[in-house]
Structure formats: structure tokens, C-alpha cells
Design a protein around this ligand. Structure first.
Ligand SMILES: C[S@@+](CC[C@H](N)C(=O)[O-])C[C@H]1O[C@@H](n2cnc3c(N)ncnc32)[C@H](O)[C@@H]1O
Length: 221
């Protein structure tokens, strides 16, 4: 069974597109997308031979060798030009950023780029705005952890997000779904615990500022 996180990423993939899953590891995402009938072709890509062997096994077990090509590549480097959606999931923001920037000139050709990083989602959103892209899809889901998925594409004209939209996500903030409110109650409790333990006064006031911001923008509204 696909995890809640990967299922949420699959939900953000437009139907009938050719998907390149960068850092595919076990290729669970491309196999799900094809087995469910949502898409017909995918590239399962990874920088490591070990992960690509895992991918090979999953694809063979599903009998999908004709529809999923396995590609050993750092980031997007060897991804064929017909890929329409790029997925970069389950890694740190620094790795995802390196993947985006190493093939920056190609990014505009994707109909959608989906990124799920474990932390620093606000940095991802700021990067999107600063590099001439626009956010077109967002999801926040709770599995064992909370995960945010951000979908974006080249903007036809510059898009400016407010600090609150960068911090919390323009779509997530507008929708204010129960899981979103629940997440910020969880974040607030966690930050309050850290603030009680931390000794450095500057770090403590930064954490208190973050809590105040969450209260003002989300929790006390
Ligand atoms: C934790 S797994 C995530 C697997 C899957 N994407 C997911 O979300 O469950 C990260 C994978 O990214 C691969 N990876 C790391 N850096 C990469 C890069 N620059 N290019 C391609 N793959 C990379 C690793 O080899 C590993 O298989």
C-alpha cells in the first residue's frame, strides 16, 4: 500500500502526463501512477545504483517494464525531453535545490514540478517566487509526520507572495483545512517546549516570534 505521503503526491500529478520521478528509490510512485491508470509513461530516476535496483524489482513485480524506464542520473541531467512533470520528493531542501538549479534552464518546459521536502518549505516557496515560478498546487498531509507538497510551474508574469503566504503556503492558508490547523497546533506546542528549554536569549526570542506569528496568522483567527 502506498503511503499517505506518496498518495498525496500522486494526487497532484496531472492525468495523462509523462512523469519523471527524481530520486525514485523503490519506484513506488511511478508504479502507483501507472497501475491506477492515471498516467501511461514514467521515468524512474535515481543517482544510486542500489536504489535503481530496488526500482527495477518493484517495476518487474508490477510487470510495468514497458511503461517505466529506469534511468541512472544525477537529478534531471539524463531525463528525456518529453517528460512533462518532475517529482522531487523525500529529500532535504538543499538536495532538491541543487537538483533544480543544476538544470535550471530546463525547468520552464515542465507543465508541473512537484517538490516535497522534509523541512524548509518556506525556503522552497521563496525560491519559487524569486526564480520566476508560480505555485499551482499545495497539499499538507499527516502520516506519521506532517508533509507538505508544493507544485509549481514557470509564471507568465512575476508572482509576488506575502510573507504569510511564503511561510504557510498560499493555497493552504486560503483553504485552512482541519489538518492545517492541527499541524500548527502541533508546531506551536513543539516550539513552546523548545522555548522553555533553550538558553540562548536570541534564539528564544526568535522562537517566540514564530509562535506569535502562528497565533496571529492562523491559530487566533
Ligand atoms: C529518501 S529517498 C526518497 C524516495 C522517494 N522519492 C520518496 O519520496 O519516497 C531519496 C532518494 O533520492 C536519491 N537521490 C539523492 N540525491 C539525488 C540526486 N541528486 N539525483 C537523483 N537522485 C538522488 C537517493 O539515492 C534516494 O534513493
Amino acid at each position: 500500500m502506498l503511503s499517505v505521503r506518496l498518495k498525496a503526491i500522486a494526487d497532484c500529478v496531472p492525468e495523462g502526463t509523462i512523469v519523471a520521478d527524481i530520486g525514485t528509490d523503490h519506484a513506488f510512485l511511478p508504479v502507483e501512477l501507472i497501475a491506477s491508470g492515471k498516467i501511461e509513461r514514467a521515468y524512474a530516476c535515481d543517482i544510486g545504483t542500489g536504489p535503481l535496483e530496488h526500482a527495477r524489482a518493484t517495476v518487474a513485480e508490477a510487470g510495468l517494464q514497458a511503461q517505466i524506464s529506469l534511468i541512472l542520473t544525477p537529478g534531471l541531467e539524463k531525463v528525456p525531453q518529453d517528460a512533462q512533470v518532475a517529482v522531487i520528493a523525500g529529500m532535504g531542501w538543499m538536495t532538491a535545490k541543487e537538483i533544480l538549479e543544476n538544470d535550471f534552464e530546463r525547468l520552464g518546459q515542465f507543465q508541473r514540478i512537484l517538490v516535497q521536502v522534509n523541512r524548509e518549505v518556506a525556503s522552497l516557496r521563496r525560491w519559487i517566487m524569486d526564480h520566476g515560478f508560480e505555485i499551482v498546487a499545495e497539499k499538507l498531509v499527516h502520516d506519521r509526520h506532517y508533509y507538505q507538497i508544493v507544485g509549481f510551474r514557470k509564471a507568465s508574469q512575476p508572482v509576488v507572495y506575502t510573507e504569510a503566504q511564503l511561510q504557510y503556503g498560499p493555497f493552504l492558508l486560503a483553504r485552512r483545512e482541519p489538518v492545517f490547523i492541527e499541524y500548527y497546533h502541533y508546531r506551536k506546542a513543539k516550539l513552546e517546549r523548545i522555548a522553555r528549554q533553550i538558553e540562548d536569549p536570541d534564539k528564544r526570542s526568535e522562537i517566540l516570534r514564530q509562535i506569535e506569528d502562528m497565533n496571529a496568522v492562523i491559530l487566533n483567527r
